[in-house]
Design a binder for this molecule. Sequence first.
Ligand SMILES: Nc1ncnc2c1ncn2[C@@H]1O[C@H](COP(=O)(O)OP(=O)(O)OP(=O)(O)O)[C@@H](O)[C@H]1O
Length: 227
Amino acid sequence: MIEVEKLNKQYKENVIFNNFNIKFKDKSLTVLLGENGAGKSTLLRMITALEKPNSGKIYYFGKILTKRQVREEIGYIPQEIALFEHMTVNENINFFKALYKKTIPTKLIDSYCEKLNLSERTSKVSSLSGGTKRKVNLLIGLLGDPSILILDEPTVGIDLKSRYDIHQLLNALKETRLIILTTHHLDEVESLADEIKLIGSDPFYRNILEEKGWSFEDSLRNNGNLD
Ligand SMILES: Nc1ncnc2c1ncn2[C@@H]1O[C@H](COP(=O)(O)OP(=O)(O)OP(=O)(O)O)[C@@H](O)[C@H]1O
């Protein structure tokens, strides 16, 4: 479980979170929904210890962790693809593997690649499609065997088949870990979400979720950040 308590975050005069509380359950995938600028990426970066809140606490499985412990516990897959383009997929895997204290065995990497339909392991990243690059980006985030996986729009701008492959793997992974994901795709919400948390103020999202009959938590409103 991740518990965010009384979190405050502002950029100069721009208040993003005001005494904000939210919880994420273990062994489930939570989708964070909200319009552009709602604060989804900011929240994920604070959970990942890449950014500091102005005040507030974040508990990971009941404990406060140091920055280094957070990095060991979390696999963070950012919106931007962060790979070495001039290296092959396998060379990227080996490079990033070397940065971790503990890593997953080669057999598990092979099995993740199989689930992702990722066969171009000896090709240079620069020659890969956008969808395949996103698959490799996800794979890199898994190398340290994280108990928490955080993905910021992992399937943005890719074809349906690649998105399906990524969904297959995420659906298998969520059985054993805590996953938080942001997306703007409703089909992604439908095929992946165990929990939906809305953090935007745009009524469009609220209305569409109600129309679909999906249960969701209205996080900013529950926290008194909205009227
Ligand atoms: N480093 C920063 N400096 C100043 N303002 C920032 C910074 N990062 C984010 N913001 C502001 O914080 C707000 C929330 O941004 P954030 O990127 O978290 O939104 P988001 O919900 O992830 O949006 P998107 O769906 O577009 O990714 C926005 O108003 C943004 O302009």
